[in-house]
Design a protein around this ligand. Structure first.
Ligand code: BTN
Length: 323
């Protein structure tokens, strides 16, 4: 992404056209570089109306992350934020910062990730201005072995925040994707650093589709949805703050009590409750059965008909199949 791109986009609104000349004067650059930035934004999927003689306008309202607003809200909660226009991956950045001493509850957010990472080695794609990508550092007194179920508690926190904002159909797919009617709304990548036996640190990376889910459905060939399709237009700063507030509260609770206090709520918002699912392990082994919920450690319970299997690792593929 060229350095000028976000500067140009931040000048544009949905309400009125801005001429190339006006933008160039404002940003102290040439009209050609404004034109180049608009073309690049369009190629990245940001819908912009360009009219000869009138200039440019956003085809739909977009909100950009506002460092001052976020800093003041998060600072009030004792959380520190690093906000970037572009990063390879907010998880990678925060893992490095964690190893260099980042404080507990530090947050990294970026408008654009060049190599966003998903679970099971996959890429994570988010549209510019149409998604949220952030990572939160949680330093725990628990050893890594005491963090089982953490990812499910994170899923519950996301569902709480999204339902609070009007996405009433938000549900969890084990271990922690957020779906609405089987379409993916959010994904979580948790990476651990620190001592296996001593205190641990979890980098909790969250990617949320905010707008333009239909475009991603076409690109990925999978059902994808977005927050605005269910909750209407909303400011991404408010969304980020609401998600961080729920995550922070849930993680404090998890720190004291572990996963068991989240279990009933997780099961109540389980997208595949009592449905037939297919599990494919990294080892190549696969089986299917009825998804029955989770145990006290957060392992998925699958009734195969010949017994109950406990699926522990999140590094498996899970899909719903016809019963
Ligand atoms: C998945 O569904 O596979 C997990 C996706 C997690 C994506 C988020 S976006 C912010 C953070 N940085 C990354 O590189 N990945 C996570």
């Amino acid at each position: 992404m060229s350095p000028r791109l976000l500067a140009v986009l931040r000048q544009l609104s949905h309400a009125e056209f801005r001429s190339g000349q006006d933008l160039a004067a404002q940003l102290a650059c040439s009209r050609a570089s404004v034109h180049g930035a608009v073309a690049e934004a369009q190629a990245l999927g940001v819908p912009i109306h360009a009219l000869r003689g009138r200039g440019y306008r956003l085809a739909a309202p977009l909100s950009w992350l506002d460092g001052e607003q976020l800093d003041s809200a998060l600072g009030g909660r004792g959380m520190s934020l690093r906000l970037f226009d572009e990063q390879e991956s907010t998880n990678t950045t925060l893992m490095r910062w964690a190893q260099a001493g980042a404080p507990h509850r530090a947050v990294v957010a970026a408008e654009w990730q060049t190599r966003g990472r998903g679970r099971r080695g996959r890429d994570w794609l988010g549209g510019l201005g149409g998604s949220l990508a952030f990572s939160l550092l949680w330093r725990s007194t628990r050893p890594a072995s005491g963090l089982s179920g953490l990812s499910l508690a994170v899923g519950v926190a996301l569902v709480r925040a999204l339902r609070g904002l009007g996405v009433s159909g938000a549900q969890v797919k084990w271990p922690n994707d957020v779906l609405v009617a089987e379409a993916k709304l959010a994904g979580v990548l948790i990476e651990l650093t620190g001592d296996v036996l001593g205190p641990s640190a979890a980098v909790i990376g969250v990617g949320i589709n905010v707008a333009g889910g239909a475009l991603l459905t076409d690109r990925l060939g999978l059902p994808v949805t977005d927050v605005q399709a269910h909750a209407g237009p909303l400011d991404r700063n408010q969304l980020l703050l609401a998600l961080l507030a729920e995550l922070d509260g849930a993680l404090h609770h998890f720190e004291q009590e572990g996963f068991p206090v989240f279990r009933t709520e997780w099961q109540a918002c389980h997208a595949h409750r009592d449905q037939r699912v297919r599990i494919d392990m990294a080892s190549g082994e696969g089986f299917s059965g009825l998804a029955r919920g989770v145990d006290e450690q957060g392992a998925l319970l699958v009734d195969t008909g010949t017994g109950m299997r406990h699926v522990h690792s999140g590094e498996v593929s899970l899909r719903r199949v016809a019963s």
